[in-house]
Design a protein around this ligand. Structure first.
Ligand SMILES: Nc1ncnc2c1ncn2[C@@H]1O[C@H](COP(=O)(O)OP(=O)(O)OP(=O)(O)O)[C@@H](O)[C@H]1O
Ligand SMILES: [Mg+2]
Length: 448
């Protein structure tokens, strides 16, 4: 049942792109037309704020470089006056700094130009679907709080987007690394990515990238082999704006809903992967995914350094032994010299034995010497190796086991997405089900 058409206001002075978007919304052949109606446009910041105040659209798309007022300021004024409006920012170039400032203001998504209607539609679809699920949870909670009142029946037409907090996960780039081999980098990168991808609340699109270029084993751990790898992403080889082309250069792991970019099989190809390659992966990742997870090897290749530079969070893994801890202190020193922002680095204890020789005191010292907090302690768990040998995901085998629970706690402490656990996995549907279904189905076109 079509509830209502979503109203969109476009405040942007790029006339050509605005016209293209309006044409797509007005074209009856386009699925966008059935779901989105453009209710107004403006080419200046002042006019945008004034009209949005009057029209109260569901979604506002704001250009970052409006002639009179910066887009971020326009967005801030809109969100103050009309909280709950979904605001998207269109920018010529994107950067971590811009994303952070945009998220701080409350902007839901930064879209890199040129705008294309499919991408804009997909972004709006995802946001609306998340809102729908949040609304369902919000109604359940409210209903449960008021005994004898049927929350769903009495609030048949609620306005959830005006009352519910935005999801804090957008455009996260996570790196799992360690100066030591065999400490569980791949296990935790894969398990974390799969745990995030399996979330339906919020619905996250997650890409896992293997940057252990010489000995990467993400593909074999997940059982996805393919004719594509990181080496296919040299600058200019993939049109990152084209979702279909991007997905065709990735593998899809169906059980988890995770998109995967394996390391090259061929060492010669591996040696060609450089900083530019990683940048093109990240560019596509930012456009089409909510979270990109990098699994690094022990070496600090150019590719690895770029991922550290662009990361929003870096998990440095340590095991509870003195040799590894000393190496971690050395790595922290290298990070300082590389200019890696210490705020984004977290220590994660991996493969912790039940009765460790070293414990809280040594970890306190490690935290003090590196300046990084310890955010979790993942136990050595019997089931992990067994699961890996069967090409099953450790995070799926026993959802309530100590490995899974401690990993979720650690992730949740930096990306609060596991708080609403127990919310059932729902199939895409609702107003924009077509777009989500289409996006997922495209996995079939990807390499495997
Ligand atoms: N928490 C855990 N409990 C039990 N076994 C684990 C755990 N974490 C990792 N392992 C096992 O330890 C081994 C090494 O793990 P993994 O490959 O993830 O480490 P790595 O740091 O990525 O290694 P490399 O440096 O070779 O890439 C694997 O056999 C894996 O199954
Ligand atoms: Mg590994």
């Amino acid at each position: 049942m079509m509830a209502h058409i979503l109203t969109l206001f476009v405040g942007d002075d790029n006339q050509q792109e605005v016209e293209q978007l309006i044409r797509a919304c007005n074209n009856p052949a386009s699925p966008l037309a059935a779901a989105v109606k453009v209710v107004g446009t403006a080419a200046s910041g002042e006019d945008t704020v004034r009209q949005v105040n009057d029209l109260r659209p569901d979604v506002v798309l704001v250009g970052q470089s409006l002639p009179d007022t910066p887009g971020l300021d326009v967005a801030q004024r809109i969100l103050r006056a009309c909280p709950g409006t979904v605001v998207l920012l269109a920018a010529e170039t994107t950067s971590i700094d811009l994303y952070q400032r945009a998220m701080n203001v409350g902007i839901r998504e930064v879209l890199q130009r040129p705008l294309d209607s499919v991408r804009v539609g997909a972004v709006i679809a995802r946001i609306v679907e998340n809102e729908r699920l949040r609304r369902a949870e919000w109604l359940d909670r409210e209903g449960a709080r008021a005994p004898g009142r049927s929350g769903v029946a009495e609030t048949a037409e609620p306005e959830p987007s005006r009352t519910v907090r935005p999801v804090p996960v957008r455009q996260e780039l996570l790196v799992f690394c360690s100066p030591k081999g065999g400490v569980g980098k791949t296990t935790l990168a894969v398990s974390s990515a799969a745990a995030l991808a399996s979330r339906r609340f919020p619905d996250l699109r997650v890409l896992l990238v293997d940057l252990d270029l010489q000995f990467g084993d993400v593909g074999s751990v997940l059982g996805v082999q393919g004719n594509c790898s990181v080496a296919d992403w040299a600058p200019g080889r993939v049109q990152s704006a084209d979702l279909q082309e991007v997905e065709a250069r990735l593998a899809y792991h169906k059980p988890s809903g995770l998109w995967v970019l394996p390391a090259p099989e061929d060492p010669v190809q591996a040696s060609q992967v450089d900083a530019g390659t990683v940048k093109s992966v990240v560019e596509a990742g930012r456009r089409h995914f909510d979270v990109v997870v990098f699994d690094l090897g022990t070496d600090l290749s150019d590719a690895a350094v770029v991922s550290l530079d662009l990361a929003t969070r870096i998990f440095v893994l340590t095991t509870l032994d003195l040799v590894t801890m000393r190496e971690v202190v050395k790595l922290a020193d290298i990070f300082r010299r590389l200019g890696v922002d210490p705020v984004k680095v977290k220590l994660l204890v991996s493969r912790a034995p039940r009765r460790p020789d070293l414990g809280a005191d040594e970890l306190k010292t490690l935290a003090a010497r590196t300046g990084y907090p310890v955010v979790g302690r993942i136990p050595e768990a019997d089931g992990v190796l067994r699961a890996v040998n069967r090409q099953e995901l450790p995070s799926f085998v026993r959802a309530d086991g100590p490995f899974q629970q401690s990993l979720k706690r650690a992730l949740h402490s930096v990306l609060p997405v596991f708080g609403a656990d127990g919310v059932a996995r729902q199939s895409p549907g609702g107003l924009f089900g077509w777009e989500l279904r289409k996006t997922r189905k495209k996995g079939g076109a990807g390499c495997r």
